[in-house]
Design a protein around this ligand. Structure first.
Ligand code: ADP
Ligand code: MG
Length: 238
C-alpha cells in the first residue's frame, strides 16, 4: 500500500537500491519505505550505511571521569559501543572485582542507550570478531601513553587487519587522571573529588577504609611508641 502523500510518513524506513527508484515511497511488508538512489556501488562503502560497533577495552579499576569522557565521545560517533572489561590474570590483582567494576560501569553508562558493558578474556581481536566490532577505541592522555598504545594498535592490526584502532583524547581536565593514581591518592588519604564519578568515589573510599581497618596493623601501637622514642624527628636528622 502506498502511503498518502500529505500524511506524515510514520518512521519511514530507508530502502537503498543502487540505480533504482529514487525518491519513490512505497511499502515493504506494510511499512512505509523511502527509496534512495545510490549513484554507484562505491557509495555503499562510505560508512553511513553500515552500523559500526566499537569496543572500548580496559581494566577500569576503577572507572574514572577520563574513562567516562571517552565513553561519551565514543557513543557520539559509533552506532554501538561495548565497554569491555578485560579479565586479565597477568596484571596485578585488581582492587575491584570484575563484578564490582561491571556494576559500576553499567550504572555509569545507563544514560547512553548505545553503550553496553561486557567482560572478555583471551585475544581482543577474537572478542572483536565475536561481537562484530570494526573498531577499537583507546584513549591517549599524553605522549607517555602513545608508545604503548601504538604498539598495541599495530599488533592488533597484524592479528586482524580489518579492525581499526581509533584514538581519542579526553578533555584536558582529565588528561592527568589514571585509575592507578586515583587509587594511590585515596589510599594515602587524599581527595580525588571531581576526578571520578561520585558513585566510584563512594565505593573506593569504602573499599580503602574497609581494607585498612580489616588488615592487622604491621606493628603494635606500643612498638611504634617505644621505637619512636629512640628515633630522631625526621627533619632534624643529620
Ligand atoms: N583519564 C583518561 N582519559 C582518557 N583515556 C583514558 C584515561 N584513563 C584511561 N584512559 C584510556 O582508557 C583505556 C583503558 O585504560 P585502563 O582502564 O587503564 O586499562 P588498560 O589496562 O588497558 O590500560 C586506555 O586506552 C587508556 O589510555
Ligand atoms: Mg591503563
Amino acid at each position: 500500500m502506498v502511503p498518502q502523500r500529505d500524511s506524515p510518513l510514520p518512521a519511514a524506513e530507508l530502502f537503498i537500491a543502487p540505480g533504482m527508484c529514487a525518491g519513490l515511497e512505497f511499502a515493504v511488508n506494510s511499512k512505509p519505505t523511502v527509496c534512495v538512489l545510490i549513484r554507484g556501488p562505491t557509495n555503499l562503502h562510505r560508512g553511513q550505511l553500515k552500523r559500526v560497533i566499537a569496543i572500548y577495552p580496559g581494566t577500569f579499576d576503577p572507572p574514572t571521569n577520563g574513562h567516562l569522557d571517552l565513553i561519551q565521545r565514543g557513543s557520539n560517533i559509533f552506532d554501538e559501543l561495548v565497554v569491555a572489561i578485560l579479565r586479565n590474570p597477568e596484571k596485578e590483582p585488581a582492587l575491584f572485582s570484575l563484578a564490582e567494576r561491571r556494576a559500576m560501569l553499567q550504572s555509569l553508562t545507563q544514560p547512553f542507550d548505545n553503550v553496553r558493558v561486557d567482560t572478555f578474556g583471551g585475544l581482543l581481536v577474537d572478542y572483536a570478531m565475536r561481537v562484530g566490532a570494526r573498531a577499537l577505541l583507546r584513549g591517549i592522555r599524553a605522549i607517555s601513553d602513545y608508545e604503548y598504545e601504538l604498539q598495541m594498535a599495530l599488533m592488533n592490526r597484524k592479528l586482524d587487519p580489518q579492525l581499526e584502532t581509533v584514538f581519542m583524547m579526553p578533555a584536558e581536565t582529565y588528561s592527568y587522571v589514571s585509575s592507578r593514581l586515583v587509587k594511590e591518592i585515596v589510599q594515602l588519604g587524599g581527595s580525588v573529588h571531581g576526578l571520578i564519578p561520585d558513585l566510584v568515589e563512594k565505593k573506593l573510599t569504602e573499599k580503602v577504609n574497609g581494607k585498612i581497618s580489616r588488615q592487622p596493623p604491621a606493628v603494635s601501637r606500643q612498638e611504634i611508641t617505644s621505637e619512636s622514642r629512640h628515633r630522631q624527628p625526621r627533619g632534624r636528622r643529620k
